[in-house]
Design a protein around this ligand. Structure first.
Ligand SMILES: Nc1ncnc2c1ncn2[C@@H]1O[C@H](COP(=O)(O)OP(=O)(O)O)[C@@H](O)[C@H]1O
Ligand SMILES: Cc1ncc(COP(=O)(O)O)c(N)n1
Ligand SMILES: [Mg+2]
Length: 716
């Protein structure tokens, strides 16, 4: 079997202290150590055998176990039932030839090497005698007092370049050496004190493992069914793995006859043939993560379980596929009980609502019931459960990650994307999660990043012209855009670009005497009242324009959002004006009695003309600056960007300015930005260009509106 040497723990009983070697190893393996070397310089062979038995039980197949030097102890421990994978020998230790002969062809045999003559000796050995070299020391270290001169990263790189065998870096390796050693060609790093002497070996191992993974391209295997139309199954998985930064491999468990309109036949090759595929992979390639999808029947499920138990891949994500988006069954009912044993081997399980109902054996009434069911399932199988709300009715498509044992309950709210291209979303999502986990992210992060990618791919699905049923998502939408293969930007890119477009306008607004005086409290009342009166006229019309956006909105979520904003603008904002336009403030003007100033007329004409055109994308682009510029200004005022703090109770406009920085308004602004920039990202080039013009034009009207009250300091 191909050995995963990536994070290699070498034990040191003295450093483990009262916690002991066995507990230290157990915790370190929990944290992601992939191979353990028992190194006991002073114990008797009998004691080493006992230790190997105890370690073998603690590791329980989750990592490899080798022993330093003691070939006879390894053989004896094996005779007594321990799983000892091999030995690591030094230049002065027992002969590697004898070790190979005694331990057999499948054992893992390592050899310490650090000088050119060691390489010459290795080359003289029969091929297959030694599996890897332990090369070091990298830095001076106390755990090997008689160590040779330290190689450093550069010396290690040169050694690797000459070596015929994979090299593990050992000796004085600290966490910040992880990426440089990986880049220098290490297949793994061996750590002694940074793990044995750690207060929390699991956490220390997780840190090393994360750093190692972030520096590597993970090898991700999907075991699933084939969808020849390329939108779901194996084909979707490979695209998803690639799009999320992994190297994809695929073992086909079943074949479907399928297109975007449904599945018409299923062929299940012999399960033994699947096992052959899996063994061929794990014999040669280190598998960093496995995603499991359609398995068709109970025999296939059991076959996959058998392989998982032999190989123990470090990350397993199971998408318990039972029924396709089209409604066709993809798993025998008889296999549903076999599936449970598979879930027990998973780190993350990703059922949709129907699958979750089958797995907990009861109907699921609503989303909160789904969360309870996910909690139940998570507790039963000991895995994190990502429950998916793609099949809910209504405007939302939320997901939630629940890990009963770890006490994790993470909600991922999300508006439903209006698209028919939902074929293969579940397959694609679970592969993305497996890949991101293998890249070192924790489950909460991995799901969040996978969802962001999936939503981008769902939004762009319409750009593909594939089939007449539920079409596929566009797995590479973001990559192609960023790589210049298409001109379509992402929503985030639109936001950044437009905000930058109006930089000059924003700077000019900041410099206006009205804004300066409002910020430092020296603004006279007359221009302030002028501004309030114009603002009231503006808001009454703005609310009507927002209502028009609600009327034109393509989705229920957007319709509700603009309608609510219209309500807020006519009710909330005007209440605020009323509180300022009172005799107590020395102001008696009625709210809408002012004569509209030219700047007000011009701004409103632009908004009304855009609304009258009836094109939703441009209308919301024209609406956006009022949200965005006020929130930005309010937040910067609050944070003292203008040299004064309006929170100061002495500040005459404190309560007015506080409303600019109101968190609920900030939230509405964030939502408005999302709606507008997502629409722009999904639009054709011409529409996007018109949206951009509407946005910039409104921004210049905002500046003119702020400039209208004129120059305005009180005492000066
Ligand atoms: N129209 C949609 N808009 C946004 N997200 C969606 C939509 N349809 C599905 N999803 C998301 O796609 C993923 C797959 O979910 P779901 O469709 O429930 O599962 P499956 O594809 O396995 O049946 C989930 O993250 C879900 O929230
Ligand atoms: C081979 C195969 N595997 C899985 C699915 C499920 O698709 P979805 O991701 O839409 O649930 C499918 N339609 N075909
Ligand atoms: Mg699915």
């Amino acid at each position: 079997m191909s050995a995963d040497l990536s994070l290699y723990l070498v034990t040191d009983a003295a450093l483990c202290g009262p916690r002991g070697v066995v507990d230290t190893v157990r915790q370190a393996v929990d944290g992601g150590v992939r191979i353990v070397q028992l190194r006991e310089k002073h114990a008797s062979d009998g004691e080493v055998v006992e230790q190997l038995l105890a370690l073998s039980a603690a590791i329980d197949g989750r990592a490899l176990l080798v022993v330093n030097d003691r070939l006879d102890a390894a053989l004896e421990a094996r005779r007594r039932g321990a799983r000892v994978d091999g030995v690591h020998l030094g230049q002065g230790d027992a002969s590697v030839l004898r070790a190979r002969q005694e331990l057999g062809p499948d054992a893992l045999i390592g050899l310490t090497a650090n000088a050119p003559e060691h390489l010459a000796a290795v080359r003289a050995l029969p091929v297959g005698t030694v599996d890897y070299l332990g090369v070091g020391v990298i830095r001076p270290t106390l755990t090997k007092p008689d160590h040779p001169p330290a190689l450093g990263i550069e010396g290690f790189r040169e050694f690797v370049a000459e070596s015929p065998l994979p090299c593990v870096a050992i000796g004085g390796v600290g966490i910040d050496d992880t990426e440089p050693l990986r880049a220098a060609g290490a297949v793994g790093i061996a750590v002694v004190s940074a793990l044995c002497a750690a207060d929390d070996p699991a956490a220390a191992a997780r840190d090393f493992r994360r750093r190692w993974q972030m520096a590597s391209v993970p090898r991700v295997l999907t075991i699933a069914g084939s969808d020849p139309s390329g939108g779901a199954g194996i084909q979707a998985d490979l695209k998803s793995i690639a799009a999320n930064g992994g190297y994809g491999m695929a073992a086909i468990a079943a074949l479907t006859v399928q297109n975007t309109r449904g599945v018409s036949a299923i062929h299940v090759p012999p399960a033994a043939f699947l096992r052959q595929q899996l063994d061929a992979l794990s014999d040669d390639i280190v598998v960093d993560a496995v995603k499991i999808g359609m398995l068709a029947d109970a025999e296939v499920v059991r076959t996959v379980i058998g392989w998982l138990d032999a190989v123990h891949p470090p990350i397993v994500v199971v998408d318990p596929v039972m029924v396709a988006t089209s409604g066709d069954r993809l798993l025998d009912t008889a296999a549903e009980s076999a599936l449970r044993a598979l879930l027990e081997r998973a780190d993350v399980v990703t059922p949709n609502l129907a699958e979750l109902a089958v797995l907990v054996g009861r109907n699921i009434a609503d989303w909160s019931d789904a969360l309870a069911a996910a909690e139940e399932l998570s507790a039963q199988v000991g895995a994190a459960v990502l429950v998916k709300g793609g099949h809910l009715e209504g405007a939302d498509a939320p997901d939630a990650l629940i890990d009963a044992a770890a006490g994790i309950r993470q909600d991922y709210p999300g508006a439903r994307i209006d698209t028919a291209n939902t074929h293969g979303t579940g397959c694609s999502l679970s592969s993305a999660i497996a890949t991101l986990l293998a890249r070192g992210q924790d489950p909460v992060q991995a799901v969040s990043a996978a969802r962001a990618w999936l939503r981008e791919s769902l939004r762009a699905g319409g750009a593909l012209d594939v089939g007449r049923g539920h079409g596929p998502i566009h797995h590479f939408a973001g990559l192609w855009t960023r790589g210049g293969l298409t001109t379509r930007p992402t929503a985030a890119e639109v936001a950044a670009e437009w905000w930058d477009d109006i930089r000059e306008t924003r700077d000019e607004i900041d410099a206006l005497p009205f804004i300066r005086a409002l910020a430092d409290g020296t603004l006279r009342q007359e221009p302030f009242v002028f501004y309030l009166a114009q603002d009231a006229l503006y808001l009454r019309e703005y609310a009507r324009v927002l209502a028009e956006a609600a009327r034109l909105a393509p989705t229920a979520a957007e319709q509700a959002f603009w309608a609510q904003s219209a309500h807020g603008s006519i009710v909330g904002e005007l209440e605020l004006h009323a509180s300022w336009l009172t005799p107590a403030q020395g102001v008696t003007a009625a709210t809408f009695s002012a004569v509209p100033a030219p700047a007000t007329v011009a701004y409103l004409d632009h908004l009304r003309a855009t609304a009258f055109d009836g094109r939703y994308p441009e209308l919301i682009a024209a609406i956006l600056p009022c949200f965005w510029l006020y929130t930005d200004l309010g937040e910067r005022l609050r944070d003292g960007a203008f040299g004064t703090l309006p929170q100061d109770p002495e500040h005459p406009y404190a309560s007015w300015l506080a409303t600019y920085a109101d968190p609920a308004f900030a939230e509405a602004t964030a939502q408005a930005i999302v709606h507008v920039t997502e629409a722009a990202a999904g639009a054709d080039d011409e529409t996007r260009a018109r949206m951009r013009r509407a946005f910039t034009l409104s921004s210049t009207h905002e500046r003119a509106f702020f400039a209208a009250p004129g120059s305005t300091h009180a005492a000066t």
